[in-house]
Design a protein around this ligand. Sequence first.
Ligand SMILES: Nc1nc2c(ncn2[C@@H]2O[C@H](COP(=O)(O)OP(=O)(O)OP(=O)(O)O)[C@@H](O)[C@H]2O)c(=O)[nH]1
Ligand SMILES: [Mg+2]
Length: 341
Amino acid sequence: MRGQMMGAAELAEQVLAGSRPHIARAITLVESSRSDHRVRAREMLRLLRPHAGNSVRVGISGVPGAGKSTFIDALGMKLIGQGHKVAVLAVDPSSTRTGGSILGDRTRMAKLAASDSAFVRPSPSAGHLGGVARATRESMIVVEAAGFDVVLVETVGVGQSEVAVSGMVDTFLLLTLSRAGDQLQGIKRGILEMADVITVNKADGDHEGEARVTARELRIAMKLITSDPNARRPPVLTSSSYTGMGLDEVWEAILEHRQYLEVGDGLAKRRAAQQLDWLWSLVNGEILDGVKRSARVKSVVPSIEAEITGGELSALEGAEEIVKAFVMDVGALWPGEAAVD
Ligand SMILES: Nc1nc2c(ncn2[C@@H]2O[C@H](COP(=O)(O)OP(=O)(O)OP(=O)(O)O)[C@@H](O)[C@H]2O)c(=O)[nH]1
Ligand SMILES: [Mg+2]
């Protein structure tokens, strides 16, 4: 494709000008793991980064069917009405998403998807969480540089992807339901601990009262979870995307949390700490990837594994052998890198 050959500088320029087809193309580029694409993506991101970082970054989590996409559609349209530009990204490495469910997301976010002030991008379908998280972080830089001042990241409530998303947003919003079977036990404690704002969603019709009761119970539960009496306790609200009830309050709570962060440089500190976590997760990923690609490692692994299961070699000795094989292969795994940087 000719378009694919567009240089990093030209692509960055078009993104900065807010061209939608180029934003889409830039995101496709950062989603690719092909090494020549990575080189171009890095160059483009270097040009975009000085223009990024100015959005309100919100992660939105909740069990499948909690109403995340519908909520994003309703909240997003409200924000657009106030003059914001809203980008929606997603982290869902569990699903090998087909065209069908991407379409599903788009129909759940039908109003946003049709708006010129919004940009909706489904989760990259590519497998492992590390790759999806990287693509989403880099997509965030793209949309911020393109002028979107609110970035909403939807993630499915299964644990690891929440950790990844909380590592890239300023505020983590948890949507929960009032009728979730065994109620509070159904929500993983770790996810509650990550939440900065909680809302009991689908609080409409017959379920509005129930939702308020659940919110009250959750407030008590949060007191127990946050043992430090001086620590900030996440507010627990109720909301409905159908009636619009509570949407303003949830957004206010998100902005309040942001203000809370901005006191004493908290936002800058949070983002800096996220960058450091990210640095080491990239280093880990890159090295592990190298270990898996290494021909020398591949050639020694079967015998090492056999010796360990046979009791002739300890895991410690085996690990040393693998690392040795890997180190000998480093020059072949990253050819010419030393000369470039
Ligand atoms: N009563 C009620 N139903 C809602 C509300 N929001 C969403 N729903 C319904 O709940 C179902 C799931 O909504 P989605 O927005 O797709 O939920 P989701 O959390 O994004 O789901 P996944 O992406 O599959 O995890 C749909 O049938 C919606 O119509 C709400 O505020 N009230
Ligand atoms: Mg959804």
